[in-house]
Design a protein around this ligand. Structure first.
Ligand code: ZN
Length: 347
């Protein structure tokens, strides 16, 4: 009960890449960089296991950015001539690569890190990839001329890599779709179809992560415009509930998401955000347990996996490590509190 996991990314050590940045430059290249990525992956695996995280992530130590890390292995994309584009409905500008021809995978994308994780993890492991809709929102298209066609083309490539990761021994494959909280109408029109195409045929656990973004200024400012009650999830959860995706990862602690919206996802496992990635203040186990308790009024604790609100990539390393420990300790506290209650009800 209450198995813990994280949304995905963790900060890169200063010897691997620039710190506190969303698109950090690597410190090395070639074989030296490959070794450094492997070392950082192992380091974070150990930190997660020591913190009591049940389903560990590679912390995305091998990719520069959660979207572009995948795109770098795709043929038909021009990374040499990036263009400035407003992303997430123009919330902030990013320098994005351009689609210039038919898309094809150059080879495996995340095999190296998946095998490091499988070779060393004591428990289950998760790998994350960007979802089709979020990719389409983070790239300039000069070839397909149609968002849905482009999304479906990416979904096919994601599915290829996902099936290969499953063969590598990955237990959970998660697609990150922060764009689902921005283009809610398109989510029901084609976003979930594209997501399901990416997850097609997988026998391992599948997950979709939908959040209000990293703790960067553009996102914090945007959240201030969303009012007292954030109801984006309300528009997409009923459609997601009908999908074949097993788990939904969502933002909860310190957000203005009404907790009762969880009732739409009774048939899913919930990765409940109990760690704030937009604040350096480390949660106490009691705070974490309180969020779990309030969620357990709407979903069975059996279906709750305490998790972070979003990735921790742009955060300070020591703070991220402390937050992992708070997550583990808070879930443990919640388990203890929920158990006697069940005992009592049995008489
Ligand atoms: Zn996120």
């Amino acid at each position: 009960m209450l198995e813990t996991t994280i949304a995905g990314s963790l900060p890169k050590p200063a010897w691997l890449a620039e710190t506190d940045k969303l698109w950090p430059a690597w410190r090395a290249s070639g074989a030296e960089l490959a070794q450094a990525k492997r070392d950082a992956t192992l380091l974070w695996l150990k930190e997660q296991e020591d913190a009591g995280i049940d389903i560990a992530s590679d912390g995305e130590q091998s990719r520069q950015h959660f979207v572009h890390g995948f795109l770098e292995q795709v043929e038909g994309i021009d990374f040499e001539h990036k263009v400035k584009m407003g992303i997430r409905d123009n919330r902030y500008d990013a320098m994005v690569p351009q689609v210039v021809g038919p898309l094809r995978l150059k080879g495996r994308v995340h095999q190296a890190e998946a095998l490091v994780m499988r070779g060393h993890a004591k428990g289950r492991i998760k790998m994350t990839m960007p979802g089709p809709m979020t990719i389409v929102d983070t790239i300039a298209d000069r070839h397909y001329g149609d968002k849905v066609k482009l999304a479906m083309a990416f979904a096919e490539l994601l599915n290829q890599e996902a099936r290969a990761l499953e063969k590598d021994g990955v237990d959970v494959i998660q697609f990150d779709e922060p764009a689902f909280n921005v283009y809610m109408k398109d989510v029901t029109r084609w976003g979930i179809d594209a997501l399901q195409a990416a997850a097609k045929g997988l026998k391992c656990t599948t997950c979709v992560h939908i959040c209000y973004g990293y703790g960067i200024k553009a996102n914090i400012d945007w959240k201030k415009t969303l009012g007292e009650s954030w109801r984006q999830y309300e528009e997409i959860f009923p459609a997601l509930a009908r999908s074949k995706i097993d788990q939904v990862s969502l933002e909860c602690i310190h957000s203005k998401v009404p907790i009762d919206l969880l009732r739409f996802l009774k048939n899913k496992q919930i990765l409940l955000g109990v760690i704030d990635v937009a604040s350096d203040k480390v949660e106490t186990p009691a705070e974490v347990a309180a969020v779990i308790r309030s969620a357990s009024k709407y979903v069975s604790p059996k279906n709750i996996l305490p998790c972070t609100n979003c990735g921790m990539a742009p955060m300070r390393r020591d703070i991220a490590a402390a937050k992992l420990r708070a997550l583990g300790a808070g879930a443990e506290l919640a388990r203890k509190k929920l158990k006697p209650a069940r005992g009592k009800s049995r008489g």
